[in-house]
Design a protein around this ligand. Structure first.
Ligand code: DQA
Length: 157
């Protein structure tokens, strides 16, 4: 099982940027916590951060046939990027959208996600803990997929 975590623009600045909104935790610390949980569950997890829209799209495309699920915080591209939405739409694996802040109680331009309609679910407003919630949710979805697959295979026999 492989999960890819994709982090959008300015998330490399966590721990420095607007701590009143995003908290004091650094991206590496969030990833270290996720890695621990993934390891305990025998999941291979990879992390990617980019400030460039095209690089995020390239990384999403690489997930095709390679990853079982994706966790993505598209950051500001959430509100603008039809291209990232299309790249997610083209994947046939579950994708979970994460926001550290509650985008629905912020400026009006942040309250619209172009990404949410093509994701399995969205987690918004729980701080860095949202990444943990996303990982647990994704592992649950993947376990259910596996159970369905195993059941249909055993029915074929
Ligand atoms: C964010 C919310 C976005 O509106 C913002 O542009 C970000 C971070 C969040 O995690 O709360 O960079 O995605």
């Amino acid at each position: 099982m492989k999960i890819v975590v994709i982090q959008g623009p300015n998330l490399n600045m966590l721990g420095h940027r607007e701590q009143n909104i995003y908290g004091g935790m650094k991206l590496d610390d969030i990833h270290a916590q996720m890695e621990n949980v993934a390891k305990q569950n025998n999941i291979n997890i990879e992390f990617f951060q980019s400030n460039f829209e095209g690089e995020i799209i390239d990384r999403l495309q690489e997930c095709l046939g390679d990853a079982n699920g994706v966790i993505i915080n598209p950051a500001a591209y959430t509100h603008t990027s039809v291209a990232i939405r299309d790249a997610i739409s083209a994947l046939n694996i579950p994708v979970i959208e994460v926001h550290i802040s509650n985008i629905y109680r912020r400026e009006e331009f942040r309250q619209k996600s172009l990404i949410a309609p093509v994701c399995s679910g969205q987690i918004s407003g729980f701080g860095p803990f949202g990444y943990h919630l996303a990982l647990v949710a994704l592992m649950q979805i993947l376990a259910e997929f596996e159970a369905i697959k195993r059941k249909s295979e055993s029915e074929k026999k």
